[in-house]
Structure formats: structure tokens, C-alpha cells
Design a protein around this ligand. Structure first.
Ligand SMILES: Cc1ncc(COP(=O)(O)O)c(C=O)c1O
Length: 417
């Protein structure tokens, strides 16, 4: 096989279903099979496939210019998207650095954090703090700040890991008393090690690929206060949670907390073209302003700010706002809640729902062996990660399509218990 697939033991691959077309939430395969996409192509295709307005904007942009370097030149779609992102993200995040994927945007955030301290001539802040069950991407520094998992095992010997803390306990509704232990642990660690910590990076409220854990907004408030107190930059990785997935435009809104740096990707470009943004506040940005050239930010991916990506992102945000997507997401959440409530099994450890995300964690991943095949045979595309089966459908999914996906999950647990 010439094509090398991701996260795949190629020895076991006889064939991979070939998609020839997509429309709405449906994928049409060459073998005439149809699949309802329950996971929005790794959570990016929020408006569904083949969206006429997004298709059109790409054609128009391609007729002007498809790509131009941002080093020394600029273009309107990048400037307009930067302006728009500053407008819609929490107040104070004013400076947008584009890159081509979520992992690279994480690298960019971490590099910004390190260089922030070195530009201020503060030495020794060489480590990053993150959370267990976190996932921030597959590049090296992103792996270092992610929890150990199948994604990192092969590299564990060479990863230079920083500090990790337990995922805050108690779920979304945990009160101050419930999260007190985790807040105390955070304070203890920062008190002891803040001189060597550049930043604290975390996925706000929902940790996605690392296990779909949900925690309280109160923890983010505490994290903000403690990072200020101990002079550590706070980075929110909203690559997965951004653009409505958790029921707010950005998950950090649940806490009303503003990080120093925020990272967006995936749904930013609605699944059309890989792109991402790292958005810094003025405190971070101003540390790069100097008469010395080498205090400038030394990063510049070839395709950063690609005009096609920026044009489609701008239109995607426009559609999101115009068509009241937050209401669509609320309806998805209500349907997931209703259907999940009738799914019972002794295999199930926990069911978790927030916004257009539902996850069922089982005690042992062997309880999900064969699930993907059953879903596929029944016309549904779902792909469990470890011991969690989850859905993150496109926001335009029809109610009958969504109920069909949930019906397959129900069927699986009823059949196997
Ligand atoms: C929270 C988070 N950060 C970063 C990434 C990496 O993004 P990409 O796959 O675009 O490199 C992911 C991907 O799943 C993610 O969920």
C-alpha cells in the first residue's frame, strides 16, 4: 500500500473505505455505502460537507489568489480574519498568529511563552505544566505536554516531560469544596516550582482526545488567579473545544476566564483546509517589541494565513453567527441527553455530555471491540478512542440522523450487556 494511514497498524490494513462525496452529515462511499458522520471528520466539519456557501467563497478566493507568503507581504483575508478573531474571542486577546495545524499552533503558543520570559531576561522558566488526560497534538513539544498514551509510547524515551497535575475531579458541576484538593495541588506545585515554569497549558472544561473528561469552570478561575500570583502564563488549547463544541462559542466562557494565549484550530476552517491560530494578549505581544531583531517571534510556517483558509474561516464564522448555531448545539445536547439516559450497561463507567459532545467511557476498552464495525455496517461513522465511544456531530445534523447515531450506541450496549 503506498498510502500510509494515521494511527494505523498498516500490517492489518486490507482496505480502507473510500469516500467519493460528502453532503450535509452524510459521507458517500465508492462501494455505494453511506455513512452518517458522527465525529465531523475529527471534529472539524461543523457545517457538514459540501456547503454551497463555503464552496463558493473558496472559488472566489482562488480566482483572486490562493496563496501568498505572509513574510513581508500581507492580504485582506488574513487581516480580516485576525480582526474577526480578536472580536469574537475573550476580551484582551488581541494578536493573532496563524499556522497550518492545531499541533503547530500549540508549538507556537509554547514557543511564545518561552520567548516571553527570555525577552524579559528571566531565566530558568524552562518547563511547562499541564494536566493528566490532556492531548495537545503529535509534534514533539505537543507530545511532551500531553499525557502518556498510545500516541506517545514510541517516543517516551526522548520526551522531555514537564509537570503534570490530576484532571480536576468532580465533573462540570463540581463546587469549590469538591475541587479544593486539585486547586491546593496546583498552588503547592506553583509555589514550589514557579521559577522553572513558563506556562500552564490546558484544554478548558473538556479534555478531548485524552479521554473526554469534563471538569469545573471553577478550576479555570483558580488557575487564572494562581498563574497571576506565581507569574506563570496561562494557555488555553481550544483546538477541539472552540467554535461551539461545548455549548459556548469558546469553552473558557463558562468560567469567564481569559488566558494569556488561546489556541484555535479544527473548526476554525470548518474542515475545508487545515489552519490554526494562536492568539496572545498584549502583555505577551509587547514583550516581543524591541529594537533588537532577535526579540521578534521566530516562527513562520509557509502556509500561515493561507488566503483560502482565511476566506473560508471568515465565512464559516459568518454562517455560525447568522444561523444561530448555539441554538442548534443546544438542541443536539438535549437529544444526546435524552437518548443517553436510556442507555444502561454494567460495562459503562461514566456518561458525559456537554454541548454537541457526548461520550461514554467503559471500564475496559475490550468492551468496545467490534463497535466501529457494527456502526459502519449500520451506516454510522464513529471511531472510539481507547475506552471511550463519543460523538461530536456536525452542527447541521438532522434530528433523525442524530437519533440514528445514538440508536447504534444504544444497540451496542443493549446487545453486549
Ligand atoms: C486539544 C487539541 N489540541 C491540539 C490538537 C492537534 O491538532 P492537529 O491535529 O490539527 O494538529 C488536537 C487534535 O486533536 C486537539 O484535540
Amino acid at each position: 500500500m503506498t498510502l500510509w494511514y494515521p494511527y494505523t497498524q498498516m500490517k492489518d490494513v486490507a482496505s480502507v473505505p473510500i469516500v467519493k462525496k460528502g453532503n450535509g452529515a452524510i459521507l458517500y462511499l465508492e462501494n455505494e455505502h453511506e455513512l452518517i458522520d458522527g465525529i465531523s471528520s475529527w471534529w472539524s466539519v461543523i457545517h457538514g460537507y459540501n456547503h454551497p456557501e463555503l464552496n463558493q467563497v473558496l472559488i472566489e478566493q482562488a480566482n483572486n489568489i490562493s496563496h501568498v507568503m505572509l513574510g513581508g507581504l500581507s492580504h485582506r483575508p488574513a487581516i480580516q480574519l485576525a480582526d474577526k478573531l480578536v472580536k469574537i474571542t475573550p476580551k484582551g486577546l488581541n494578536h493573532v498568529f496563524f499556522s497550518d495545524s492545531g499541533s503547530v499552533a500549540v508549538e507556537v503558543a509554547l514557543k511564545m511563552a518561552f520567548q516571553y520570559w527570555s525577552n524579559k531576561n528571566i531565566v530558568g522558566k524552562d518547563k511547562i505544566l499541564s494536566l493528566n488526560n490532556g492531548y495537545h497534538g503529535d509534534t514533539f513539544k505537543a507530545m511532551e505536554v500531553s499525557d502518556d498514551s498510545d500516541f506517545t509510547t514510541a517516543f517516551s524515551r526522548i520526551l522531555n516531560k514537564g509537570y503534570f497535575l490530576h484532571t480536576p475531579r468532580g465533573g462540570f458541576f463540581a463546587d469549590a469544596k469538591t475541587i479544593a484538593t486539585d486547586v491546593d495541588l496546583l498552588e503547592e506545585l506553583l509555589k514550589k516550582h514557579h521559577q522553572c515554569i513558563a506556562s500552564f497549558i490546558l484544554e478548558p472544561i473538556v479534555q478531548c482526545a485524552g479521554g473526554f473528561k469534563i471538569y469545573s469552570p471553577l478550576y479555570l478561575k483558580a488557575a487564572r488567579e494562581l498563574c497571576d500570583k506565581y507569574e506563570v502564563l496561562l494557555i488555553f488549547d481550544e483546538v477541539a473545544t472552540g467554535f461551539g463544541r461545548t455549548g459556548k462559542l469558546f469553552a473558557s466562557e463558562y468560567a469567564g476566564v481569559i488566558p494569556d494565549i488561546m489556541i484555535l484550530g479544527k473548526a476554525l476552517t470548518a474542515g475545508y483546509i487545515g489552519h490554526a491560530a494562536t492568539i496572545a494578549n498584549s502583555k505577551v505581544f509587547s514583550s516581543f517589541l524591541d529594537i533588537e531583531y532577535n526579540k521578534a517571534f521566530m516562527h513562520g510556517p509557509t502556509f500561515m494565513g493561507n488566503p483560502l483558509a482565511c476566506a473560508v474561516a471568515l465565512r464559516s464564522i459568518e454562517v455560525f453567527e447568522r444561523e444561530n448555531y448555539l441554538m442548534k448545539i443546544k438542541n443536539i445536547e438535549l437529544i444526546i441527553q435524552e437518548e443517553f439516559s436510556s442507555i444502561q450497561s454494567t460495562f459503562i463507567k461514566e456518561k458525559r455530555i456537554l454541548g454537541a459532545m457526548g461520550a461514554i467511557e467503559v471500564y475496559d476498552k475490550k468492551h468496545l471491540e467490534g463497535f466501529q464495525t457494527l456502526a459502519y455496517e449500520n451506516g454510522v461513522w464513529l471511531r472510539p478512542i481507547g475506552n471511550v465511544v463519543y460523538l461530536m456531530p456536525p452542527y447541521i445534523i438532522q434530528e433523525n440522523e442524530l437519533r440514528k447515531i445514538l440508536g447504534i450506541i444504544k444497540k451496542w450496549f443493549n446487545k453486549n450487556d
